[in-house]
Design a protein around this ligand. Structure first.
Ligand code: G5P
Length: 225
């Protein structure tokens, strides 16, 4: 029998550290890190119909409509059917949560609660290397050389949706939309919430939670052979 797979989502407002924590989880626990933002940026770069539609919303700091998101994301998940994964940035709406629920059963939903003021600061200090998606922060994880990617030596840029107007409009809408999604996972008894201002302080709690869940998954895989 195949190993039991582990599937989790990580949610939180823009800039809450979903990407940073997902990278740590992927490294420490061997899950595939799937990012809705990266999938969208791939679609934009490939100039697909969905990518062209998504670009217009992202540039205005708006959520991409649910039907476009599910069209981009669900086929990617199908390709991952044999893997354990952590999905970063999806679902963001109840409609997305329901669509995800219809194709797979989640083991865990992680939610990051970070104060509004902290998020505004972080996002305005964020720089990315567009070709690889590597993310830097002027204070938290600066590049070795200012404005330059550590690995490729290429210039870093600031995404349009990290500009102040886009950040503010995203944060304002986040709470109303996220609440029903949290309730959805709370009812299923798989919601784990983490609050704080520092990723480094939140990370040990997330890591220890996963250590209690992932060995159980692996143990059940061993006994099921
Ligand atoms: P994305 O790419 O999913 P966002 O806006 O949700 O974008 P974002 O901004 O990438 O999420 P994050 O992943 O939560 O934030 O956070 P991060 O990148 O790890 O950290 C943010 C910054 O803070 C970085 O510079 C990091 O180094 C720094 N940092 C982390 N921890 C700390 C700390 O403790 N201290 C300090 N000082 N700094 C720290 O989606 C992009 C767009 O695509 C669309 C939306 O338009 C979205 O805006 N989209 C969707 N639309 C509809 N439905 C969906 N499911 C969608 N998914 C994406």
């Amino acid at each position: 029998m195949a190993s039991r797979l582990f599937r989790a989502v990580i949610m939180g407002p823009p800039g809450s550290g979903k990407g940073t924590i997902s990278d740590r989880i992927a490294q420490s626990f061997g899950l595939k890190h799937l990012s809705s933002g990266d999938f969208l940026r791939d679609s934009i770069a490939a100039n697909t119909e969905a990518g062209v539609m998504a670009k217009a919303y992202i540039e205005k700091g708006l959520l991409v409509p649910d039907h476009v998101m599910t069209h981009v994301l669900l086929p990617r998940l199908e390709l991952m059917s044999g893997h354990s994964w952590l999905l970063d940035g999806f679902p963001r709406t109840l409609a997305q949560a329901t669509a995800l629920d219809s194709v797979c059963q989640l083991d865990m939903a992680i939610i990051l609660n970070i104060p509004f003021e902290t998020l505004k600061e972080r996002l305005s200090e964020r720089w990315v290397h567009p070709a690889s998606g590597r993310v830097y922060n002027v204070e938290f994880n600066p590049p070795r050389v200012k404005g330059v990617d550590d690995i490729s030596g290429e210039p870093l840029i600031q995404n349009d949706d990290d500009k102040p107007e886009a950040v503010l409009s995203k944060l304002r809408r986040y709470k109303d939309i996220a609440k029903p999604v949290m309730d959805f996972y709370k009812k299923k008894d798989i919601l784990y919430s983490f609050s704080g201002t520092d990723t480094d302080k939140i990370w040990p709690y997330i890591s220890s939670l996963l250590s209690t869940k992932l060995p159980a998954v692996q143990a059940s895989a061993q006994t099921s052979h």
